[in-house]
Design a protein around this ligand. Structure first.
Ligand code: ZN
Ligand code: ZN
Length: 364
């Protein structure tokens, strides 16, 4: 049944691409909490200079996607799912340089112009040309539908700023999460290891499945002298150990020691408190997450007394793509080592709701 649907869909797309008349396309749509379905929607078109249309080839599930599709954030009607992908450029508007039809690219998950004051300072998540939280696949957060990656086509309004070309020799499945979670793990440690070379790093994982593991890999690639990984989850601990970290099984009651660089990758106030207490005096505690529910208590008195530097904020996807892709091309980051499940395109509606540390959907 699925195979037949796929054939019909692919044939329709091929026909419409040949005729240059793309009126409809299939889009994986979240219609209610825990309910995903393929819907026929209008295909995007180029709307102005500097734009591109891309066809996703491999889509990864971001750590936040299961919260978006579960209804943790109140739904505002049906929305397109998916915001991490490797895609192929299928159309370019006038004025786009450095990109070609057929080129493979990583697509930044945040829409950013590349030219405003924030973008030129590397703060592309806060692009001044777009409303805050202008992201693919996150209409429940922003209220605006920009499309999702589990679609036949995606419109990219600022192609040069948002598309990072990758070598055709690289497997799209391996790089699908480079839109968001891979650079998120990277930026959690990169600036702090640059400032304090060779430091010991602790990653605290409680509820975000893949970002803390990308942080482990980045920390080791960037010269951390050791990486410890604290979690209550046996699968996460085993994966971290395989990447080269020392696993610390914990219920987050009390950290065994302190570290100069600590990354808190999770959702629970107990995990956050553990991370702050595990940060040594004048050390850095980097948060890569939000804490749903009532604001968690933060021990400001301890932080003030010991000089603990708390960093919090989103990853700046477009700004980070060039350096992350060049580390992957050099073989220093291997995001496929964190992928635990790969499924074909037509299995996405089921697979996107099922547990997995890192799920990638590939176009068959
Ligand atoms: Zn994301
Ligand atoms: Zn901008």
């Amino acid at each position: 049944m699925r195979r037949t649907q796929a054939r019909v869909r692919n044939e329709r797309l091929r026909r419409s691409q040949r005729s240059g008349d793309l009126r409809g396309m299939e889009q994986l749509t979240c219609t209610a909490p825990q309910k995903l379905e393929w819907r026929e929607v209008p295909a995007p078109r180029l709307e102005g200079d500097g734009e591109a249309l891309v066809r996703p080839l491999a889509v990864a599930r971001c750590d936040i996607d299961r919260f978006l599709t579960s209804g943790l954030f109140p739904l505002r009607g049906p929305f397109a799912v998916g915001h991490e992908c490797v895609a192929e450029v299928t159309a370019l508007a006038d004025g786009v340089r450095g990109l070609a039809i057929g080129q493979r690219v990583v697509v930044a998950f945040q829409l950013s112009c590349g030219r405003c004051r924030a973008c030129t300072a590397g703060r592309t998540a806060l692009c001044e040309a777009m409303p805050t939280l202008s992201d693919y696949g996150m209409q429940p957060l922003s209220g605006v539908e920009y499309g999702g990656m589990l679609s036949d086509l995606v419109r990219v309004p600022y192609a040069e700023a948002m598309l990072q070309p990758i070598s055709p020799a690289l497997d799209p499945t391996a790089l699908a999460s480079v839109s968001d979670n891979v650079p998120d793990g990277y930026r959690a440690v990169a600036p702090h290891l640059a400032a304090h070379r060779g430091s010991e790093v602790l990653i605290v994982a409680h509820g975000l499945p893949s970002i803390p593991l990308y942080a482990v890999q980045a920390a080791l690639a960037l010269g951390a002298s050791s990486v410890d990984f604290a979690s209550a989850d046996a699968e996460a601990l085993a994966l971290a150990e395989r990447l080269g970290a020392r696993p610390i099984e914990t219920d987050f009651a009390k950290p065994p020691r302190t570290y100069p660089i600590v990354v808190d990758a999770g959702l629970s106030p107990a995990g956050l408190s553990y991370a702050v207490r595990a940060t040594e005096p004048e050390g850095v505690c980097q948060l890569v997450s939000f804490y749903p529910g009532p604001p968690p208590p933060v021990p400001l008195g301890r932080m003030y007394t010991l000089g603990i530097h708390l960093h919090v904020g989103r990853c700046h996807s477009a700004a980070l793509l060039p350096e992350v892709v060049s580390l992957i091309e050099a073989g220093r980051l291997r995001p496929d080592a964190i992928t635990t499940r790969v499924v074909d395109w037509d299995a996405a509606a089921d697979a996107f709701l099922e547990p997995a540390v890192k799920l990638v959907v590939r176009r068959n």
